[in-house]
Design a protein around this ligand. Structure first.
Ligand code: SF4
Ligand code: SF4
Length: 475
C-alpha cells in the first residue's frame, strides 16, 4: 500500500523500497475478474503438471530429468550425455530464441501466467497468507491471536516448502525421492541435506524475498526493452482515455454564470485515480506510468480497473492487453522483422539439431568418475585392481549386446563382460580392471584403453588411467 507521500513512485528507486531505503512490504489486494479466474485455472493445472513431470516418461525414458549422479539429462525421451555438447548447445540456443519469439509476440506472458515463482507465490502462498492474516481491508478467516496465527501460517508455509523441495528434488532423482522420504535421514544424509537447504530457500523466497526475485534477481525483466517492440502484447494503460485523471465531482448546483465546475467535470478522463490498479499489483508499480521493467504482465490491474469502470458506468479496458503501437493510434503488425527472423533461426536450429541427433553413433560408452577407494593390491602385491565405472547407452532401435575387451596383459574382474541393452536403455557398469603391478610407471600410472564392441558393429575405444602404488618402474 502506498499511503505515505514520501513513497510516491517519483521518489522511489525500486518498487519494493521506501524512500528511506527500508523494505516496502507489499500486500496486494485481490481483484477478482476474468483474468484472475483464467490464471487460477492455468496455475493449478501447472502446479499439478510441475508435480507430475518428474514421474512421467516417454518411450521408457524420463520426460525431464537432470541426473547429476550419472551425468545424464533426459528431455522428452532423449538422453543427453556430457559428450553431447553440440546437441545441448543447440537445445539451449533454441530455447532462448523461442523465448525471444514468445516475448516479441506476447510480452511477458510467461512471467505473469506460467513462471513457477508467480504461480506458487500468487496461487499458493498468498492465498494461505490471506487466510491467516486476512485480505487487505477484510477480516481474518482464521480466528485467534495474531501471534498464534503467524506461527500457524509459517507452519503451513513450511509444509508447502517441504513439498516443493521434494518436487524439485524429484527432477534430479525421479521416483527415488519417495524411497528417501520413507527412510531415516541417517541412511541418506546428503539427500536430506539437499531437501533441508532447498526447503529453507523456498521459505526464504516465498516467505520473505517474494516479488524481489522478479525485480532484482531474474534477468528476464531486464532484457525486456531489447526483447519487446512497439507491436508486442503488453499490459498498458490507455492514457488518452484516462487522463487527466481525478475523482469525479458529485453533481452540484452551479450558478447560472459560473461554468468552471462544469468545465472541470467535463474534461476529466475516465481514470478516477482510485489507485485500485496500484494496490492490487504484486510488484507494487503504477501501470499508469507506462511500461516498466517490474511489470510481470499478470493482468491483476486489468481486473481491478475493469471492476471500477463497471461501477462508475464507463467502458472496460482502460487498462488492457494491448501494444504501444495501438495506444498511439497505429495499427499493430503481427508480421515484422523480429517475428520473421526468429522463426527462420528456429527452423535452422531445429534442422541442425535433428541432423546431429540422427547422425549420432548407435551407442554411447563413457568412463565415469570413480567412487570409493582408487585401487587395491591383489595376489601378494603382484597385481593392482582399479575400479572402473562405465555408462553404456544403446541409442539404436534394436536390442544390442555389448562386449568389454580389456587391454593386453590385463584382465577384468566381472561376472560377464557382455551386456545386453534394450533400445534407448542405459546402464552403469562397475567392475575391476586388474593390471600387473610391474606395468605401472614410477608415478604409479598405467595409461591404457578398453574396447567396447556391439553386436550391431559399434566399436569404441575408451582411454583409462589406472593408478597403482608409486615407485614401480616398467621393465
Ligand atoms: S484502477 Fe483504473 S480508475 Fe483506478 S486508478 Fe487505476 S486506472 Fe485509474
Ligand atoms: S502493472 Fe498490472 S500487469 Fe503489471 S505486474 Fe502490476 S498488476 Fe501485474
Amino acid at each position: 500500500m502506498n499511503d505515505n507521500p514520501a513513497n510516491t513512485t517519483e521518489n522511489r528507486v525500486l518498487a519494493t523500497l521506501n524512500a528511506d531505503g527500508s523494505r516496502r512490504w507489499l500486500r496486494p489486494r485481490l481483484s477478482v475478474g476474468g483474468f484472475l479466474k483464467a490464471r487460477r485455472v492455468v496455475a493449478y493445472a501447472l502446479i499439478v503438471l510441475f508435480v507430475l513431470i518428474p514421474y512421467l516418461s516417454i518411450g521408457g525414458k524420463p520426460m525431464l530429468r537432470l541426473n547429476l549422479a550419472e551425468r545424464e539429462f533426459s528431455f522428452f525421451g532423449t538422453t543427453f550425455l556430457p559428450s553431447d555438447t553440440l546437441l545441448m548447445t543447440l537445445l539451449m540456443v533454441t530455447l532462448f530464441v523461442s523465448i525471444f519469439l514468445i516475448t516479441a509476440l506476447f510480452g511477458r506472458v510467461w512471467c505473469g501466467w506460467a513462471c513457477p515463482q508467480t504461480v506458487y507465490m500468487e496461487f499458493l502462498y498468498r492465498p494461505i497468507e490471506r487466510l491467516f492474516d486476512g485480505a487487505p481491508g477484510k477480516k481474518q478467516r482464521i480466528k485467534g491471536s495474531s501471534g498464534a496465527r503467524k506461527v500457524m501460517k509459517h507452519i503451513v508455509f513450511l509444509l508447502c516448502s517441504l513439498a516443493l523441495a521434494h518436487t524439485f528434488l524429484a527432477y534430479f532423482v525421479g521416483p527415488e525421492v519417495w524411497t528417501w522420504m520413507l527412510r531415516p535421514p541417517t541412511e541418506h544424509p546428503v539427500a536430506f541435506l539437499i531437501v533441508f537447504v532447498t526447503s529453507a530457500l523456498m521459505m526464504l523466497d516465498f516467505g520473505f524475498f517474494r516479488e524481489q526475485v522478479c525485480l532484482v534477481m531474474c534477468p528476464y525483466g531486464r532484457f525486456q526493452a531489447a526483447l519487446l517492440d512497439r507491436h508486442s502484447l503488453i499490459v498498458t494503460y490507455d492514457e488518452k482515455r484516462g487522463e487527466p485523471r481525478g475523482k469525479k465531482k458529485r453533481h452540484q448546483p452551479v450558478n447560472a454564470g459560473d461554468v468552471s465546475l462544469k468545465v472541470v467535470e467535463d474534461t476529466r478522463g475516465d481514470c478516477i485515480d482510485c489507485h485500485m490498479c496500484v494496490t492490487t499489483c504484486p510488484t507494487g508499480i503504477d501501470i499508469r506510468e507506462g511500461l516498466q521493467m517490474e511489470c510481470i504482465g499478470c493482468a491483476q490491474c486489468i481486473d481491478a480497473c475493469n471492476t471500477v469502470m463497471v461501477k462508475v458506468g464507463k467502458p472496460k479496458n482502460l487498462i488492457c492487453y494491448s501494444s504501444q503501437a495501438i495506444m498511439t493510434g497505429e495499427s499493430t503488425r503481427f508480421v515484422r522483422p523480429r517475428t520473421l527472423i526468429y522463426p527462420v533461426v528456429l527452423t535452422i536450429l531445429l534442422t541442425i539439431f535433428l541432423m546431429v541427433l540422427g547422425g549420432k553413433a548407435t551407442a554411447e560408452a563413457q568412463i565415469l568418475p570413480r567412487q570409493g577407494s582408487t585401487f587395491y593390491a591383489l595376489d601378494g602385491d603382484s597385481e593392482i585392481a582399479n575400479q572402473v565405472r562405465m555408462r553404456l547407452v544403446n541409442r539404436s532401435e534394436e536390442t544390442i549386446t555389448y562386449t568389454i575387451t580389456p587391454p593386453e596383459a590385463t584382465r577384468l574382474m566381472i561376472d560377464s563382460p557382455e551386456f545386453t541393452l534394450e533400445p534407448s536403455d542405459s546402464e552403469v557398469i562397475s567392475f575391476q580392471l586388474v593390471v600387473p603391478a610391474a606395468a605401472f610407471d614410477i608415478q604409479g600410472v598405467f595409461n591404457t584403453s578398453l574396447i567396447i564392441t556391439g553386436s550391431d558393429g559399434f566399436e569404441k575405444t575408451l582411454r583409462f588411467r589406472a593408478l597403482g602404488p608409486m615407485g614401480h618402474a616398467s621393465p
